[in-house]
Design a protein around this ligand. Structure first.
Ligand code: 5CA
Length: 449
């Protein structure tokens, strides 16, 4: 992509309304624009990040055996009356009346609708297990939308729903999602720790929130320090085998949110020098709630004895539009964002130091072509601007590597690579630059872990 033709409205000034660093940086880097309280437009640079987050989630959900589909944003109130949640959900639900005076709502979550789809089509235990998911906009009329897309009113969520014959098998489905979440967040460059959590309006008695530690997080959390660098299950994890040992291994180290904390247990099971009491951002949550929806909605199957039984369900959410700022909270410095390669809007910023110079232009055009041919995503700063402004933009938008090419170096057939995270600089020959960048980038894509 040529920056001269791109839409990247960076802001020079720090927006006053933004209280936390991720919100400030998303506005300054031209990723977002607020349209109303808790409603945001994702501009091209931001949308590229969102799409990368989405692709990782889809790959890992599919690997774990979930099937992607798409349900509408608007739902019928009658379905929610059947489960009893229409009144219970309260003011967070955006209620809408259509031209025929029918009560509708903008979905805050989809347990009812997916249960309705299940009951229309599934009859037998032989069709189980089943896990269906979609990535769709949700609306919750939060009292206090804040921190940009961290807590917004309209937000993009991946929500998966599992259906099983009994509690034991439903636990297996829960474990599959639990393990796939560890891999999903790791691939995004996040350390997200599963913590015992309350179930709130979704219901049930088993739940974990996946939490990224950050001072600006809205949840108070307590956990064992060893969870922070625990190795993640790798690609050879077989989702059809028994995953209970992996889940037990993770949950044997204490971790709970402030709503669930048992101080006596925390202090007796975690040595003093390993106790973390901190704040965190909830990027995902998994629930097992048994027959809470299948009972009232009549979602049953016949078991192997011909008996009609209500299916056991769980649901599994990730807030995509919250993940993006969570990654920034964990990856930035005074100059701007520092994207992990796997979610970076582009992998390399190619900085042409003198677009007026013919030889410099030719060399930069050549590098742009070679990088693109090597499968590297490049944002080529070909604008007619001073070097200082270009460096500032590149640092602000946080692409992991900068390839800097100017007349002085090119005279000796040399260019410079700057590592955005460490500030390290290396001089390489023009011919070796692409291979060097590829060697740096490929392992950081984390697509083969
Ligand atoms: N149906 C279940 C799981 S699919 C559910 O709705 N779970 S949830 O309420 O925990 O939401 C799932 C995820 O959506 C949260 O972990 C969080 O990452 C994200 N989320 C929830 N509310 C907001 C919000 N107001 N703004 C941004 N993200 C949100």
């Amino acid at each position: 992509m040529r920056l001269s033709r791109y839409f990247l409205p960076v802001l020079r000034d720090v927006p006053k309304e933004a209280e936390i660093v991720s919100h400030r940086l998303m506005l300054r880097a031209g990723m977002l624009k607020q349209e109303a309280a808790g409603l945001y437009a994702w501009l091209p640079l931001g949308y590229r990040v969102l799409r990368k987050i989405q692709a990782i989630i889809e790959q890992e959900q599919d690997r774990a055996g979930a099937h992607e589909m798409l349900m509408p944003t608007i739902q019928s109130a009658d379905l929610w009356r059947e489960s009893g949640r229409y009144d219970a959900y309260g003011k967070e639900m955006l209620r809408i009346t259509d031209r025929h005076e029918r009560d509708m709502l903008y979905g805050p979550t989809n347990e009812e609708m997916i249960t309705d789809i299940f009951r229309a089509h599934v009859r037998s235990y032989k069709d189980l297990p089943l896990n269906l998911y979609h990535i769709q906009w949700k609306f919750r009329d939060e009292i206090r939308p804040r921190f940009g897309t961290m807590r917004s009113r309209e937000f993009l969520m991946k929500d998966a729903y599992s259906f099983d014959l009994d509690l034991g098998r439903a636990r297996e489905a829960y474990n599959r999602m639990f393990v796939s979440y560890l891999r999903t967040f790791y691939r995004m460059g996040l350390t997200a720790i599963p913590m015992r959590a309350e179930t709130g309006p979704i219901g049930g008695d088993l739940s974990h929130e996946f939490i990224v530690l950050a001072d600006t997080g809205e949840s108070g959390v307590f956990c064992h320090a060893d969870l922070l660098d625990k190795p993640i299950p790798t690609h050879d994890v077989d989702y059809l085998s028994d995953l209970q040992p992996i889940v037990d291994d993770w949950t044997s180290l204490y971790a709970a949110t402030e709503d669930m904390i048992d101080m006596a247990e925390f202090e007796s099971t975690v040595p003093e020098d390993k106790r973390i009491a901190a704040r965190g951002i909830e990027v995902g949550q998994v629930f097992y709630f048994g027959t809470k929806y299948s009972d009232p909605l009549g979602a049953t199957v016949t078991d192997d004895e011909g008996k009609e039984v209500a299916v056991h369900m769980g649901s599994y959410g990730i807030g995509l539009t919250r993940v993006a700022p969570a990654i920034i909270e964990a990856n930035h410095d005074d100059d701007g964002i520092i994207w992990p390669v796997s979610v970076a809007p582009f992998e390399v910023a190619l900085i042409n130091l003198k677009p007026g110079d013919k030889d410099c232009n030719t060399a930069n055009e050549g590098l742009y072509q070679s990088l693109t041919n090597a499968g590297i995503e490049v944002l080529y700063d070909d604008r007619d601007l001073g070097a200082g402004a270009k460096f500032a933009t590149a640092d602000l938008i946080g692409l992991p590597y900068q390839l800097i090419a100017g007349p002085r170096g090119l005279k000796n057939n040399e260019v410079e690579i700057k590592h955005r995270r460490t500030g390290e600089r290396e001089t390489v020959s023009t011919d070796a630059a692409v291979a060097r960048l590829l060697a740096l980038i490929e392992p950081e894509r984390r697509d083969k872990i």
